[in-house]
Every structure is written in C-alpha cells, then in structure tokens.
Design a binder for this molecule. Sequence first.
Ligand code: BGC
Length: 392
Amino acid sequence: MARLGFPEGFLWGAATAAHQVEGQNLNSDWWEFEHAEQTPCVEPSGDACDSWHRWPADMDLVSSLGLGAYRFSVEWSRIEPEEGEWSSATLEHYRQMCAGCHERAVVPVVTFNHFTIPRWLARRGGWEAPGAADAFARFCERTVSHIGDLVGWGCTINEPNIVSFMGYRFGIFPPAVADEGRSRKVSITLCNAHRMAVNALRSGPGDFPVGLTLSMADYQGAPGGEETLEAIRREAEDVFLEATEGDDFVGVQTYTRMRVGPDGPLRPEPGVARTQMGYEFWPQAIEATVRRATEMTGGLPVLVTENGIGTDDDAQRIEFVSGALEGVRRCIDDGIAVLGYFYWSLLDNFEWVLGYGPTFGLVEVDRHSFERRPKPSASWLGSVSRANGPEV
Ligand code: BGC
C-alpha cells in the first residue's frame, strides 16, 4: 500500500446545508412545500438533525475526526423573516458558528443560499419575482457585514442549475413549475444573482475567496448522442460556468455520470451498481467534472464542495471516496489547482423530496434522540485528512 499525498494546505472537509440539518425551518418555501396537499415530498423535514441547537456537537465531530473544514449554509428565511426585517439574533447565531469553527481550528466554508428562500419572496414569485436577484444581494450584504471577518470561503448560490431545473423545468422542487422557457429565464436570474452576490460578499469585512457551487455530471455521449449531449449540458452547466468569470474559485459537486443518446439521457447501464438515489455508482465522475470545470472557467481553482454517495453500505462509501480521490489526485498531477475536497454529507439528513430515506452521512443520526453515531467511513476520512491523502 502506498500513500497518495496531496498538496500541503489541501482542505479536507464535510458539508451540510441549513434546511437539511437545522430543523423547524418554518419560514422557508421548502417547509411550505413539504406540507402542501399535493407535495411530492415523502415526509416533512421536521426537526431534521436539530443542528440549530446541536451545531457545537456537529463541529466537535468535524474536528475530532481530523477534518480541517466545515461547509454549512446560512438560512435566508431566518435572517430576513420578512422583507427588510433582519434578525440580529440569527445573524449572531451564524457568527457564533463561524467563531466555533475557528475555536476548533476548522475553516468555515459558508454557503449563502442552499435551495431555500423566505416565504415572503416565494409569495412574490420566488426567483421569478421582480427584484429577486437584488433581494438576494441585499441579504448577502447584510449577512456578510455581520460575519464576513470570520468567513473562510464564501459560496454564493448552491447549485443554481438544480434550482432552475428541479424547481422551474421539472416541477419537482418548489415552486413546482414545469416550463422550459421559465426555467431558462430563472437560470439567467440566478447567474445575475450570483454576480451581484460576489460583489456584495466582497464589499464586506473579511477577505475570503468567493465562488459558486455547481452540480455537474460526467456527461458521456453514447453513439450518435454527442449533439444532444452538448445541447443538454450547455443549459445545465455551461451557462453557469460562464457566469463564474471574475470569481476566486469554482465549487464542483458531482455524484455520478450521465450517458446521453440521440434522444436524451439514457437509463443506467445494466451491470453498473446503483446507489440509493438510483444513480450509477461512478466514483470516476469527479475527475471528469473537475477537468471540465477547469477547462470551461479558464483555470479557476477548484474546490470539490460536494461529492458523496447515498448508501446503507458504509464500505461502499469508502470505496466510492477512495476512487474519487484517486481521480482528484490525477487532476492535481496534471497541474490542475484542486484546493480541497468536501464529503457530502457530515450527517444523514433531510434529502429533499426523498426525506430521510437516502443516507449520505459519515455520521448516523438517531431520528428521535438525535444522537450522532459516526460510521467507519467517518474515521476513515478523518485519517485520510490527518495523513493528507488516502492509502491506495
Ligand atoms: C445538494 C444537496 C443534496 C445532495 C445529494 C446536492 O445536489 O447540494 O443538498 O443533499 O446533492 O443529493
């Protein structure tokens, strides 16, 4: 066995998102969506992992495992519960979280929007509301003025492509619109919101790298599928990658590959194992997407802000991450600036419409007592972090 060394200073971390772990996120569009009569959600988020109260325990886990960074999100609907009404107590809560990271020598990587928006904005039309991008920029400005000096890295919008496609094209996330034209416009709005947010985050205290995080797949053309692939990928990824011009980094988030034939995406290939999400088990995907993100952004540094697997077989999780890290290392060997790797997720948490079914966590969470039970993969990734690279 040999140790696959990573560059000095490489960030090893785990990620979560406010709505998926905090619990009782009542004032968000998702909460309302989960409780709507026709909701596609299999269950509501409820108390989630109760991380609103238990974040110190989560952070203790991150640091005791040996990870050096924690990616979490701040919740807009709590910070600005009604338009223009700001909650100082909530801002202070997130400031304490950033400080809590520093106390534990953990780098806080803060996401300013992870899928949820406040109900007041949803009522006005969500990302289609006039002034939505400005409202988001104002929120970023206000929040960063309170926590900016403690932020390690700033991510503006998590997976704007998923927000646009799942929310406005496929009708699976709020506001459940299924309209290509509207989704296209929302994509443009989200790109503008990102650009405005970059300026807002840079205007405040602190001097941290800023970027967006994008959901990317390892697109593979089946014979005759190349043109269709290009057309799909252009709208799903490229328009967003183009919006990163002037950013400090690009966050790559990858779970699987996507094969495309002449008529569109193909079903998983027979013989390839599938995860709880129904995705093909394809750890190699991250290498392809990191390379593509680098190419498309003219060489922006990459942070793998999410990579992971929903599985109840923890050994399969370790196999997945090992395979992924070999690919990341090949990218680094080729001179690509990959600066960190964040596993999704620290905790088993609320997986959006699929509720608590899929288990992505390094740590299991008891649904009643909220007790955290680290899985073997948690100490494994911790030891990878401590040694700055896995054994292969
Ligand atoms: C999202 C997470 C989600 C994960 C697993 C990403 O698309 O950012 O919120 O839980 O994938 O599906």
